[in-house]
Every structure is written in structure tokens, then in C-alpha cells.
Design a protein around this ligand. Structure first.
Ligand code: AGP
Length: 610
């Protein structure tokens, strides 16, 4: 998604803007630009392409030395990547950067054309800029102009604005798209995300919906849309810059996979008290969890796949029906929601527009909403009735790994807590599972990480594949779905996850000589059936990679070309090391292909548009 940075203070702004935008590159972009208040003017330089292209242009122009500026990296939504369509967008009276989508931009354009405005770009953002311009010309007051504009604009936005005549002040306002504000003796900052300001401040404000920030070198003020002063909560970042950087690993993704044991431990430990699940730290009344007749897990992508694991474990332990929904489908299909239903929203970023929309729909239907989110204070977290934070730390790689694992860990804890409340699990068994989770999951994932070299060898056999299948049954099928997405999104190899028992109903026609099939067998009571499926594909020439639980190795004669053995752990917890093995496999294939593992083509870390 787009990246926003702004600075006003005592230093030259351009170096701070460029450095901040570089930390936001992981969000994905196709153009970039800056505007600097320079001698009473607003000077703008912007360029299609990478930040290096923008820096080249800056070097070819007269140096911009002003100490108040805004910068932007654009992920195109309206209008192709081009110099003209890139931000900041300027008028005679202001410069604006934007993250989000203005849904009624055509209506705004028509009104503005009637007021004599013309347009140079295809973007919705330029329409917003010129709306603000018209309102600012009328009122002469930036805050009033912003207030009025927010009444007209429909859609999502995070705006950073500099007005003529107020060239040392940055104004910011947001709806749906995140924006943070920081202030210290260097001056004031705005940014789309924490890494952009991390070098300058370890505390920040996450701007509330409908709050306008007015930032100058020496002051920081917030007001609501009636221009009444308001307070914002100061958050502290417990990440250091190194943590948000790669820490010596070649890619963020591999670093984050290696962080899984610690992330799982950090997420579980505060929520297991006297050996049982306890959500006091989340201000979540565990007894509440027994009041729900059915559960809807709603999310996107990898988060939705964590929901598939959650479905399997909640239904297994708590015997509460769970349906997993794709967030972008959820609200448009008029879902059947009853008052005793629970909607669980899973999201690493907490800013995924589809998931946020599903949350709001659920609340509008009067259903209780519980969010499981990694980014503290994000929109999904703040708008849900309750939130369980995953403490995985920053996940920078576009491909989600540790967030998936800790989401699954929390879903396991919820399953145990619900099973206890529903008398489907006695305390002794609940304690046993909780104890195993704490003691064995981190160590089993650590062991899975030691398989990296073996997994690398297997990856070398897959790197040339054009098509690849993952198969499994029961929770192994849920794991296969995520394994397939991981491979697709970072290696660009077409892959498909299939319920092992379903292959013979059609898709097996695609199995020919050399087609790789990765077969997961960690669930003992369906292993024999999966092995039959493996024989079916092997006999048709498939190149089979068996991913088998240690406890099942040797119990069945699995015809395979390669075998990856999942470190020994109680079967119910096998998904955790198995997921790590699958993530490593995808990672190595992508790295072997020399691809941009952390920033795959076409993808963004947080999809804040529907
Ligand atoms: C993760 O590997 C994917 N890139 C993507 O599917 C992601 O899981 C999805 O966009 C949801 O993001 P969220 O968890 O931040 O809501």
C-alpha cells in the first residue's frame, strides 16, 4: 500500500523523507515523490519507479533545503504508475499525500469542474487535493477546510497536507487508512507505519478516526471534526531499529520464520495461568467464550488459512461449529448471523480493508466481534469488541509467516478455553495440552528450523516446476492451503492445495510425469488414506515430497522421492512445526529463483483497499 512520511522541524526535511520512505518500501510501490516548503513556495519532485529514481531527480534539481516536507510512495489504485499520477498532488495553495481510496472521486470531480477546476492526473487523490483547495480558498483556515472536506469525501484516506501560508505546519487526518504521529525535540513526524519514524522516536500516536493533527516544529495539537481539542493515546514502540531491520538474515522472511519460537512463546506465556488458558491480560472474560453457539472466522489470505486451522481445533476440542469466511465475500453474501454467534477477525496488519469491512458489518448486525491482530492499536483491533494481540513483533516480509503461527497458537488457546467452558474437555486434559503447547511447540519449531538445509535440497528439486500440488487430509489439508499460497506468492510457481481424497474426483488428470506433489501426513487416523492418495499420484509419475510426522514414519510404506520428517510432537500440535517446514520450503524455492522474497511482484504487505 502507499507509504506516507512527513517532517517539520529544525533539520533539512528531504533526507528524513527519503530515509523514511525507504523503510516503507516493503509496502509495495510504483512511484514516489516529495514536497518541501521552500522560501514560501511548495516545491515538489516526484517520479515513477523506485526511490532511486526520485533521488536522481532531486539531485538534478536545485537542492530543496526546507525543513518542512511530506513524502509518499504510491501503490497505484486509480491511474497507472506515472510521474503525473504520483504524489504529492499539488494545487496553488497546498500539497497533499494520500493512502486509501476516495470512492466518490467522480462526483467530487464533477462538482470541482463546475467550480472551474481542471485536472492533470487520473487519480482520486488529485480530486481530494482540489476539493481541499476550494474549501481552503473559501475559508482561509486549514482546519476548517479539512473539516469540510471530510464531510464530502467518502472512502478511505490518510492525508498529509501542507498549506500555503502555513509552510512550517503539517496537517494530518485519516479514515480507515492508518496514520501515526510523533513529536520530539527534532520536530514533528507523520508516517503510515512505525519503521518510518523508528530512528527518530520510540513513542507515537496512532491517529484516531476523525481526528485532525496539526504538527509544527515546536507543537503538536489534535482536534476532532468539530475542531474541538482532543487527546490521543501515546504508544511506545518496543521494537528497536534492528528488530525492524533484517538482523543479519538475507531476507525479512527468513528472519521472521526464525522468530517463530519466540513469538509463539511471547504470545502464549501471558495467557496460560495455573496451567490453563487465561485472557485477563486482554480484558477478555473467558466465561464469555462459553456463550457462543457458533463461530465465524473471517479474514483474508494467510490469516484466513490460520482460520482453517482454528476451525479444525475448535471443532475438535470445543465441539462448537465454526465456519471460515473469506472477508471480501462475507458482507456481500448477507451472512446468517445470530445473536449468540461470535465473529473472529484475524489480521496481521489490522488494516486490511476487507477484514475491517467484515468487522463493521458484523457489529452492525449486533454480533460480538473478537479480533486477533498483530499490530497494536490498528483499526481492526480498535473497532472490535475485544482484541487478542499476537506479540510477534514487526512482520515486514509481505509473505506472512510468524503472524500465521501465533494466530494459530491463540486459536488453540481459545479452543481449549471454550472446550473447558462447554465441558468437552476436563481440566486435567486442558492443563496437559497447555503445558505441551508451552513446552513443546517452541522447541519443535526450533527443530523444524534445523531442517533448513534438508529443505533447501528438496527446494532445488522444485525450483524448475511450473505446477505443483499440495495434498493432505483433515488439518493437513488446512496446512496445505497455506503452504500453497506461500509458494505461489513468493516463487510465482502455480500451485494448488487439494484434499487428498478429492484428487481422484477430477484433478488427478493433471498429474503427469514429474509433477511435484507435496503430501502432508501428520494426522494418524487419516494417514493410511492419504498414503493411498500418494500411491495414486506416484503411479502416474508424480515427484512426491512426503512431509511426514516422525511418529508415522515407517508405519506406512509411503512411496516418495523425498521425505521431510516433522519433528516429534504430540499429533494435536503437529501443525506448528509442519507450518514452519512449509514456510521454509517456499522461502528456499523463491530464494533459489533469485526473486525478491520480501517484496513479491504485485503484492503489498497490507491491502488497505477493498
Ligand atoms: C500473506 O502471506 C499474504 N501476503 C496475504 O494473503 C495476507 O495474509 C492478507 O492480505 C491478510 O493480511 P492481514 O493479515 O494483514 O489482514
Amino acid at each position: 500500500m502507499c507509504g506516507i512520511i512527513g517532517y517539520t522541524g529544525s533539520k533539512k526535511s528531504v533526507p528524513i523523507l527519503i530515509e523514511g520512505l525507504r523503510t516503507l518500501e516493503y509496502r509495495g510501490y510504483d512511484s514516489a515523490g516529495v514536497t518541501v516548503a521552500e522560501g514560501g513556495c511548495l516545491s515538489t519532485v516526484k517520479s515513477k519507479g523506485r526511490l532511486t529514481d526520485l533521488e536522481g531527480k532531486l539531485k538534478r534539481n536545485a537542492e530543496l533545503t526546507g525543513s518542512c516536507g511530506i513524502g509518499h510512495t504510491r501503490w497505484a489504485t486509480h491511474g497507472e504508475p506515472s510521474d503525473t499520477n504520483s504524489h504529492p498532488h499539488t494545487t496553488d495553495n497546498l500539497a497533499l499525500v494520500h493512502n486509501g481510496i476516495i470512492e466518490n472521486y467522480a462526483e467530487i470531480e464533477e462538482m470541482l469542474r463546475g467550480a472551474g477546476y481542471a485536472f492533470v492526473s487520473e487519480t482520486d487523490t488529485e480530486r481530494a487535493a482540489k476539493l481541499l483547495d476550494m474549501l481552503f480558498v473559501k475559508s482561509g483556515d486549514p482546519l476548517d477546510a479539512i473539516r469540510r472536506a471530510t464531510k464530502v469525501i467518502r472512502g478511505s484516506y490518510a492525508f498529509g497536507i501542507i498549506f500555503k501560508g502555513y509552510e512550517d505546519v503539517i496537517y494530518a487526518v485519516r479514515k480507515d487508512s492508518p496514520l501515526i504521529v510523533a513529536h520530539n525535540d527534532e520536530g514533528g513526524f507523520i508516517a503510515s507505519d512505525i519503521p518510518a519514524i523508528l530512528k527518530h522516536s520510540t513513542s507515537y500516536y496512532r491517529l484516531d478516526e476523525g481526528v485532525i493533527a496539526k504538527i509544527s516544529k515546536s507543537s503538536l495539537e489534535f482536534c476532532d471534526l468539530s475542531l474541538t481539542p482532543v487527546e490521543q493515546k501515546l504508544e511506545t514502540i518496543d521494537w528497536n531499529i534492528e528488530q525492524a531491520q533484517k538482523g543479519g538474515y538475507p531476507h525479512f522472511m527468513i528472519k521472521e520464520i526464525h522468530e517463530e519460537p519466540e513469538a509463539i512463546r511471547k504470545t502464549l506465556e501471558p495467557r496460560i495461568k495455573d496451567g490453563l488458558p487465561h485472557f485477563g491480560i486482554d480484558a477478555l472474560d473467558g466465561d464469555l467464550l462459553s456463550s457462543f453457539d457458533s463461530i465465524h472466522i473471517v479474514a483474508c489470505g494467510t490469516a484466513m488459512h490460520a482460520g482453517l486451522v482454528g476451525k479444525a481445533i475448535i471443532e475438535k476440542l470445543a465441539r462448537v461449529p465454526v465456519n471460515v469466511e473469506i472477508a471480501s465475500e462475507f458482507r456481500y453474501r448477507d451472512p446468517i448471523l445470530r445473536k449468540n454467534d461470535l465473529v473472529i477477525l484475524l489480521s496481521q496488519s489490522g488494516e486490511t480493508a476487507d477484514t475491517l469491512a467484515a468487522l463493521r458489518h458484523s457489529k452492525a448486525c449486533g454480533v460480538y466481534t473478537l479480533a486477533i491482530v498483530n499490530v497494536i492499536g490498528s483499526s481492526v483491533a480498535r473497532e472490535a469488541d475485544s482484541v487478542l494481540y499476537t506479540w510477534a513483533g514487526p512482520e515486514i516480509a509481505v509473505a506472512s509467516t510468524k503472524a500465521y503461527s501465533v494466530q494459530c497458537a491463540l486459536l488453540y488457546l481459545l479452543a481449549i478455553r471454550m472446550a473447558l467452558a462447554n465441558h468437552k474437555l476436563d481440566e486435567a486434559n486442558a492443563r496437559h495440552i497447555c503445558d505441551m503447547m508451552l513446552q513443546k511447540i517452541p522447541s519443535a519449531v526450533e527443530k523444524a528450523l534445523t531442517l533448513s538445509d534438508k529443505i533447501y535440497d528438496v527446494a532445488t528439486m522444485l525450483v524448475a516446476a511450473e505446477h505443483l500440488f499440495y495434498i493432505g487430509r483433515d488439518i493437513d489439508y488446512a496446512l496445505s492451503v497455506e503452504a500453497s499460497l506461500k509458494l505461489k506468492e513468493i516463487s510465482y510457481i502455480h500451485s494448488e492445495a487439494y484434499a487428498a481424497g478429492e484428487l481422484k474426483h477430477g484433478t488427478i488428470s493433471l498429474i503427469t510425469d514429474g509433477i511435484p506433489v507435496v503430501a502432508l501426513t501428520t494426522v494418524s487416523n487419516v494417514c493410511e488414506k492419504t498414503v493411498s492418495g500418494i500411491r495414486e499420484v506416484k503411479s502416474r509419475g508424480a515427484y512426491v515430497v512426503s512431509v511426514c510426522a516422525e511418529s508415522l514414519v515407517g508405519k506406512y510404506d509411503i512411496p516418495c522421492d523425498e521425505m521431510l520428517v516433522i519433528p516429534d510432537i504430540d499429533e494435536i500440535l503437529a501443525p506448528f512445526p509442519a507450518a514452519t517446514v512449509m514456510q521454509l520450503l517456499a522461502y528456499h524455492v523463491s530464494a533459489l529463483k533469485g526473486l525478491d522474497v520480501d517484496k513479491p511482484r504485485n503484492l503489498a504487505k497490507s491491502v488497505t483497499v477493498e
